[in-house]
Design a protein around this ligand. Structure first.
Ligand code: IMP
Length: 183
């Protein structure tokens, strides 16, 4: 059975992703030269994007991981965010780049951003692979965005539905039949 059976269509091909990641990496390298940025990966969805992005940057940097509770098997954000794993290092006086997979309602990002801002970083910027502007519920914007996408539930390149499909190399639209099956 193919990994792509539950995909309705390919929205962003792996080639498009690779090109855009290269551009983002070059831009971040220009802006953070001599700043030794602390790049924070928000697990699990960002892990594929994060590992490509840091390798597209040719400057010294450090990495950290945070884990946030997800929706479970639902496709909607509850607005309740639980930090399952926090960063190990202090953010004080550091130039921090928070790397997210996707901004949907913005609730998750807004929560994490407020939490990290209280830790006195020298600067805090957000880099998100995908942005669904039609769904935004809070006033938050990423500083660097890979692609703006329509209001569709997407999978692949780290993004999941019920923990599946993260290893698809392309970003695909999930066939609505899959989540409409839920009770
Ligand atoms: P928000 O709080 O609604 O902005 O949701 C953000 C989180 O929900 C992301 O970090 C993803 O883990 C998940 N998410 C939102 N939209 C999608 C999607 O289309 N596919 C997969 N995960 C999604």
């Amino acid at each position: 059975m193919s990994l792509y059976n539950d995909a309705e269509s390919i929205l962003i091909t792996k080639e498009m992703i690779a090109d855009r990641v290269r551009e983002l990496g070059a831009e971040l390298s220009r802006q953070y030269r001599d700043k030794n940025p602390l790049m924070i990966c928000v697990l699990k969805g960002s892990v594929v994007f994060f590992s490509d992005l840091i390798r597209a940057m040719d400057i010294p940097l450090e990495i950290e991981f945070m884990a946030i509770s997800s929706y479970g098997n639902s496709i909607r954000s509850s607005g309740e965010v639980k930090v399952v794993k926090d960063t190990d290092k202090s953010l004080e006086n550091r130039h921090v780049i928070l790397v997210e997979d996707i901004i949907d309602t913005g609730l998750t990002l807004s929560y994490i951003k407020n939490m990290l801002e209280r830790r006195a970083p020298a600067s805090l910027k957000i880099c998100a692979l995908l942005d669904k502007p039609d769904r935004l519920q809070v006033d938050i914007e990423a500083d660097y965005v890979g692609f703006k996408i329509p209001n569709k539930f997407v999978i692949g390149y780290g993004l999941d539905y019920a923990q599946k499909y993260r290893n698809m190399p392309d970003v695909c639209v999930l066939n609505p039949k899959i989540y409409n099956r839920q009770p």
